[in-house]
Design a protein around this ligand. Structure first.
Ligand code: HEM
Length: 186
């Protein structure tokens, strides 16, 4: 039977799917956001932003579901070979990643609404407008969204580098347990 829950040793199918589903969504968000930013106002820019906003809302729902799942099924333990400060650093970086995964879509969504723009979820739904457009709020959130993105990009780069370090230098199986979905023997 498929192993959905995390065990002491490895991530289950759901933890694995949440992690890589989010990584894929972030890729879509980066590509659509970066391209839209470099276009003058046009139908093409509008379409890219439609995708960007829809992916962003999907990312928000995904990270909230992921946090609930994390509460239900704890992540596997870190290897005993890791010192206390290394484990603390890993925990802190994961907390920061979760924080930014919530802040980024939220700031983008409220910024759009505060500026009087739409905030679609594909063709299915629209985030309701704020009571009144508010340019001051939109401008603050624009800054948050922009700096948040740079911080998230930096953290993801450090996070992926740490995973590679664990795999190639420490050889402790940390990357393997997130790279491959669990098999019956795990
Ligand atoms: C090439 C890219 C990536 C690699 C190689 C990678 C690798 C890993 C590995 C190996 C773990 C498991 C750590 C452990 O077993 O304790 C992990 C966990 C995690 N990753 Fe990534 N990751 C990547 C991209 C991302 C991205 C884009 C995000 C989100 C912004 C992310 C967020 C997280 C979080 C929050 C955890 C902790 C999961 C938990 O236990 O709650 N990762 N990653």
């Amino acid at each position: 039977m498929a192993q959905w829950r995390n065990s002491q040793q490895t991530y289950g199918w759901l933890g694995w799917a949440f992690h890589w589903g989010m990584a894929l969504l972030l890729l879509g968000l980066v590509i659509s956001g970066y391209q839209a930013e470099h276009l003058p106002p046009s139908a093409e820019k509008g379409e890219l932003l439609w995708w960007h906003k829809s992916f962003g809302l999907s990312a928000l729902m995904l990270v909230l579901a992921r946090l609930v799942w994390r509460g239900v099924s704890s992540p596997p333990a870190l290897p005993e070979s890791m010192s206390q400060w290394q484990s603390r650093l890993a925990g802190l970086s994961h907390c920061l990643l979760y924080f930014l995964m919530v802040v980024q879509p939220l700031s983008g969504m409220i910024m759009s609404r505060a500026a009087g723009h739409s905030s679609p979820f594909f063709g299915f739904w629209q985030v309701p407008p704020l009571s009144e457009p508010n340019q001051a709020v939109a401008s603050v959130l624009h800054t948050v969204h922009e700096y948040g993105w740079w911080l998230l990009a930096l953290l993801v780069a450090l996070h992926a580098s740490a995973a590679l370090y664990h795999h190639f230098v420490l050889r402790d199986g940390i990357l393997r347990r997130m790279l491959f979905p669990p098999t019956a023997g795990d």
